[in-house]
Design a protein around this ligand. Structure first.
Ligand SMILES: NC(=O)c1ccc[n+]([C@@H]2O[C@H](COP(=O)([O-])OP(=O)(O)OC[C@H]3O[C@@H](n4cnc5c(N)ncnc54)[C@H](O)[C@@H]3O)[C@@H](O)[C@H]2O)c1
Length: 357
């Protein structure tokens, strides 16, 4: 098996606590280079993970001929530029979520991937969780019938990431909780329901905690070496969206960084033959058999390291030429739906047609 050589761009929280440990645990993968504009953090991470080459300019990392694959682990506004440049440099790419801030940016990345012939994967690690995998299998086996309504969310009580840094600066993040964690819940639901064509979206956003916001502890404090937090907070801390699809199905998504609410992460599916609820208490499938209502609680593997599973899948795709689990149109549509939620919220709740974006 040929060793896949990896370069990581961005040495922050997700690189240190997600990508780097996962690459190190995956046989046949070796991180050979890392880039970050923060020299202090770069030196700290290179030393901690024994990475031989460091760059403050990511273009130099992309110029390393022996690198096969690049992880893009930088603030959201850089994903488009870095992914496209990496693909143009002949690298496979694993780009963190949200892959793009706008639908058009996602389209540009997918076009660059297509032109390069390289693999591009969106880092939607939650698809690899035990419950997601079980649910997808049930759905693909036809056990749910037609899925007509899906509802889900990612709700934190006091969890604003990097308060005052890029996460809360719209010019760098593109948005708050919907783009940051709502995107995980939306991507998982959209994939589970079979990625129908979105037609119309409405949404709302709130910034209820602007004046009493509390840093939620992400990126982990030990990973913030040399970071500067200018103190900006101009993004939403709660958002919700309602999506209509061409096949008649609808979806409700909610996301909260901060709220006086029960923290949870959940997905609820309504199908003509069965439904399901997955949350912190586990997974239940609500069906009917022999005239009785039947609740099934499948055994779910809760030990899966979703970052490792995602990276193992990517390595398999690179080696076998298989298409990654995150399909281009899914990535584009997830970006468009979130763009439309923000547009609707800005317009006071107007319905936004996806065709008009
Ligand atoms: N999959 C998940 O569950 C998950 C969790 C957290 C974060 N993320 C995503 O990962 C990405 C990074 O988030 P994070 O939490 O690691 O943030 P972070 O702030 O901890 O790290 C980002 C790093 O990028 C570096 N950087 C900024 N500009 C750069 C440039 N021009 N060149 C090279 N490096 C540059 C910063 O110096 C910083 O070290 C975001 O897109 C975020 O949404 C994903």
């Amino acid at each position: 098996m040929k060793t896949l050589r990896v370069g990581v761009i961005g040495a922050g929280g997700i690189a240190q606590h997600g990508h780097l440990p996962a690459y190190q645990k995956t046989p046949g993968m070796e991180v050979v280079a890392i880039a970050d504009i923060n020299e202090k953090k770069l030196a700290y991470v290179a030393d901690k993970f024994s990475i031989p080459r460091t760059f403050t300019d990511y273009h130099e990392l992309l110029g390393q001929d022996d690198i096969d694959l690049v992880s893009v682990c930088t603030p959201n506004y850089l994903h488009r530029e870095m992914s496209i440049n990496a693909l143009k440099a002949g690298k496979h790419v694993l780009c963190e979520k949200p892959v793009a801030v706008k639908g058009e940016d996602a389209k540009d990345i997918m076009a660059a991937a297509e032109a390069s012939g390289k693999i591009f994967m969106g880092a939607f690690c939650q698809r690899f969780g035990g419950a997601s995998q079980v649910l997808k299998r049930f759905i693909e086996d036809g056990k749910f019938g037609d899925i007509y309504y899906v509802k889900g969310g990612y709700i934190r009580r006091r969890g604003i990431p990097g308060l005052g840094g890029w996460f809360t600066t719209k010019a760098k993040s593109g948005g708050g909780c919907m783009l940051d964690i709502g995107v995980h819940a939306l991507d998982r639901m959209y994939w589970l329901m079979g990625a129908p064509e979105p037609v119309a979206v409405s949404g709302t956003t709130f910034q209820a905690f602007k004046d009493n916001a509390i840093d939620g502890g992400w990126p982990p404090l030990d990973s913030r070496v040399g970071d500067v937090f200018p103190g900006i907070n101009d993004v939403e801390d709660m958002a919700s969206g309602y999506v209509r699809f061409a096949n008649g199905a609808t979806l409700l998504i909610e996301a909260s960084w901060a709220g006086n609410c029960e923290p949870t992460s959940y997905t609820q599916l309504f199908g003509t033959k069965a439904g399901a609820l997955e949350d912190s208490r586990g997974l239940t499938i609500y069906g009917e058999e022999a005239g009785s209502l039947l609740d099934i609680q499948p055994q779910v593997d809760t030990r899966i390291d979703t970052f490792q599973a995602e990276i193992a899948h990517l390595a398999d795709c690179i080696r076998s030429g298989k298409r990654p689990l995150t399909k281009p149109q899914e990535i584009i549509n997830v970006a468009k739906i979130i763009e439309a939620i923000y547009k609707s919220a800005e317009s006071g709740g107007k319905q936004i047609l996806i065709a008009d974006l």
